[in-house]
Design a protein around this ligand. Sequence first.
Ligand SMILES: [Zn+2]
Length: 330
Amino acid sequence: MQFEGFVGNAALKAALSGALSRRRLPHAILLQGEAGLGKRTLARLIARAAVCRSADRENAPCGVCPSCIRSAAGSHPDIRIISGSGASNAISAESVEKVIADAYRRPEEGDASVYLFFVENGISDAAQNKLLKLIEEPPPGVLFIFTVPSADLLLPTIRSRAQTFTLRAPDEREAAAYVEHKTGIPPEEALALAALHRGNIGKMLSDGENGRAAKAAQLAQDMALALAEGTEHDLLAASAPLIKDKPLFQETAVRLQLLFRDACMVKNGVNTAAAGTLDTAQRLNRKLSLRSLMALCEMTAQYANYMQRNANMALLVTAFCAKMRETAGR
Ligand SMILES: [Zn+2]
């Protein structure tokens, strides 16, 4: 079995791979672990492997057969996701009744149907009691996968009929390498995030995004003021952190665009700037003409979209700074 996008957990992977190869996947699987460890990612991979039509089970989900293409797009008719609803966001008895009504039909595409229960916010006892009979005597080819922070949240009667797998955070270096590859953040930053979150990739990614937003906001202000009030050297120095960080470049370009737009509005006597950026917008307004500000707005939007995969970042950032000065008429 292939585990693209699911890092670490070698023993668990070996157990699942072996079971899939022997066509002996348990008919009910319980994935437990704290938020951010990849329970849903793994549940989807198992579901995709179960419906994959490749004869080579080691390679499932193969990613290229018609079933894999549909499951990757989230439109496979034999993979159903059941998640919480209503004020409690728990899985309701009504949702389970729909599964019971559905589970006895034959699979539409292959010989397996998969029901994924995302139990992050609980499932009522009534719903579990309804499920019990189905899990005790499952229709042939039906696989149930539950993702849950802790198996204790399910009734013992359900737990005892499922095979439980516990997800663990990967090694911090492995987690850092994955996040670095996925987001393009610098290696030192990825390692620091991994240490902070003990290798929990979900938490690293959301923290990485929050950290980037704050950094981009500050960089955009520094660059805008260097452009309006400083020298060419000031602007290049302010832009230096962008060279090694593509996502940061893109986010900073978007924030620069917003600053120039706010400065245009200030020039027209309207204040749309947030409290933290008003001073910058006013300073831009004093130094640059309306025509320059509007052109800068357009130009930064262009560069924000101009993120080609293999762009040479040093050249791109230098060109960006030169173009900003040219557009500003400085
Ligand atoms: Zn396939």
